[in-house]
Ligand binder design. Structure first.
Ligand SMILES: [Zn+2]
Length: 364
């Protein structure tokens, strides 16, 4: 009977989202069912509609079911582990640097969390992983408390009202979604994975009035967020696709555009043809989409390996950022950075421009 109840809890859970130890006996282990329940509780999405599908899959051998997951051997033993589905997006490593590092082009646990703070950060990374590659051996009893920490304030002193949403979406290639709370209308910047857990948290901050979409790659669950909040979505016309044809504001031309006196939208094409960055002027913060990102060791790069449109145009767009007044760069992928002042920002931008110009020169 207990097993039936757990089956009911697990109905609707996509098995590729769930930690699933090798199942070769044809019998669902209690630990597997607990993991399914846990997946339900943390809001993982699901394509599986029937309990029968789950039972059939669990009864299959690990080799017969390609989505079964296993811990990477590079993890140190203990509660947390990363599986082979890691896409090396780096999020867990900057969100929880005391637990995760990079080993062989994927993340791994190099130090099990000890303090409460370390555990909270590791669970925040688990909830944010776009491919659900981070797991715990046991269903974490404190997961609801950790869900309630989102969205995460970035720096309450120098960036008040700006949050990291977490819940990165696989559909946005793991892009980092941000949220600005402000009297002129709250803004969701690029799309988190849709979960009610996050929506309820955003409700407490006043909900979402605008959804700024930097470019076509990072739109993910925009339709579900729009359905929840009836927010005004913003995307450049060039970036429109069938799934975004109905956004409310379609930017045209080369801008800049504004959302009142605090927000400028800056045309930064190159990565794609219609990329736009958002400048939050009161706190000197540029939300750069995939136009810029920060190196782990400081400085900027432009995701050169992921340029889908024009490197020349991306360099020219970078040059246009030199006169702008910002010290924060909050990228769609990778780490954010705060420069000491605008001069330091411009030094980093100029270095990037010089490097990219050099790389464009014909090789002899
Ligand atoms: Zn992109």
């Amino acid at each position: 009977m207990a097993m039936m109840e757990l089956y009911t809890l697990s109905a609707g859970v996509k098995h590729s989202d769930v930690q699933w130890p090798a199942a070769s006996s044809g019998i669902l282990l209690r630990s597997q069912l607990v993991n399914l329940e846990y997946a339900c509780r943390v809001g993982l999405k699901c394509n599986y509609k029937s309990r029968r599908s789950l039972a059939v899959c669990a009864a299959a051998s690990s080799t017969a079911c390609p989505s079964l997951k296993f811990a990477r051997p590079e993890n140190v033993p203990g509660e947390f582990f990363v599986d082979h589905n890691c896409i090396d997006c780096d999020a867990c490593r900057w969100m929880s640097p005391k637990t995760f590092n990079r080993v062989g082009e994927q993340s791994a646990v190099y130090h099990q969390p000890i303090t409460e703070e370390e555990r909270r950060a590791a669970l925040q990374a688990l909830l944010s992983c776009p491919v659900s590659a981070i797991h715990t051996q046991e269903s974490p009893a404190d997961i609801l408390q950790v869900q309630a920490t989102f969205p995460l304030p970035i720096n309450e002193e120098s960036l008040p009202g700006v949050y990291h949403c977490g819940y990165h979406s696989k559909k946005a290639f793991g892009a980092v979604p941000y949220f600005i709370r402000r009297s002129g209308g709250n803004i969701l910047i690029d799309s988190p994975r849709y979960t009610e857990q996050l929506a309820r948290q955003l409700d407490k901050l006043g909900g979402v009035q605008y959804m700024f979409l930097s470019h076509r790659d990072d739109v993910a669950d925009h339709a579900r967020w729009h359905k929840r909040y009836h927010c005004t979505r913003i995307l450049h016309t060039i970036e429109l696709q069938p799934t975004t044809a109905d956004v409310e504001i379609k930017l045209e031309g080369t801008g800049p555009w504004d959302l009142g006196p605090e927000i400028d939208l800056i045309f930064t094409p190159g990565h794609t043809e219609g990329c736009v960055s958002l400048l939050y002027k009161p706190f000197k913060a540029l939300f750069a989409g995939d136009h810029l990102a920060a190196h782990r060791e400081g400085g900027l790069h432009n995701l050169r390996d992921y340029n889908w449109y024009s490197v020349r145009m991306q360099i020219d767009s970078t040059r246009l950022l030199l006169p702008l007044d910002f010290v924060w760069v909050l990228p769609g992928h990778g780490r954010r950075i705060k420069f000491t002042d605008v001069d330091a920002k411009n030094t980093a931008l100029q270095k990037l421009i010089d490097e990219e110009e050099e790389a464009l020169q014909p090789q002899h």
